[in-house]
Design a protein around this ligand. Sequence first.
Ligand code: TA6
Length: 290
Amino acid sequence: MPVLRLAHASGGSAEIYLHGAQVMSWMLPGGEEKLFVASEASFVPGQPIRGGIPVVFPQFAHDGPLPQHGFARTALWTLLGDEDDERHASATLELSESEATNALWPHRFQAHLTVSVGASELEVTLGVTNTDSHSFNFTTALHTYLAIGDIREAALEGLTGGEYLDKTRENTRLVEESERLVVMEHTDSVYVDAPNSLILRDGGRRPPTRIDKTGFRDVVVWNPWSEKVTTFSGMTAEDYLHTICVEAAQVIVPIELGPGESWQGSQKLSVQGGTGLGAPGRATEGKGAT
Ligand code: TA6
């Protein structure tokens, strides 16, 4: 499968598959891989690849008539261009309607995914423009599989007090009580209008990863745990220990675009020397007119 490699002068790098515009690797200058890929992931045209950052569009999960998580993650994107400056190496990929997408979702659209890697950060920005003459709506997510040493020692901070839908308990609406979310069981939670900045600590062994989003209102946290892990393609029995999905998402209130309108959302992962969140904001809308 065609792969695009972004290399920044610092030594930071990223790999993007044209299949799904899926970022499959983000490496720090020292060579540490920050994204998880399932041990037995398969790479088959037209099939989802388990790991990295699948682009979920135009439907999250089974919340509609389309195949699970829509078609963007299994479509072949094209490279629009790439750019280098002192701080980043970046590339933009594009997907627009085709016979195949029209058969599933009868709307003309243009989606752009820009991936930008620097010395200590990876930013992924998804933009969608309605190029049709009628309105449409969609749900979306950057389904980021982060690599961690051991899930039992990792903690996600910043969600305290937020409401979430627990998909493992028939979408029960709950309030996040914990200051540090430590995943200890099958977890599939949609945090509604979640904060824009989170910190993922990885057992104190490595510096934390800060996760910032713009445009996306929600955050999904997912780990299949031991009882479910092998029901997911490509995952071996131990794989659940080494990843947590923290997804910038908009799944509760679909994004609606009129003709000519655009929406944009991004997720930035950065490896922190510091320890705090700074001043986190709440969810923001990324919709605007072209
Ligand atoms: O984002 C969480 C989720 O929707 C889970 O419910 C789980 O199904 C996961 O995505 C993986 O989905 P996939 O289609 O890639 O197997």
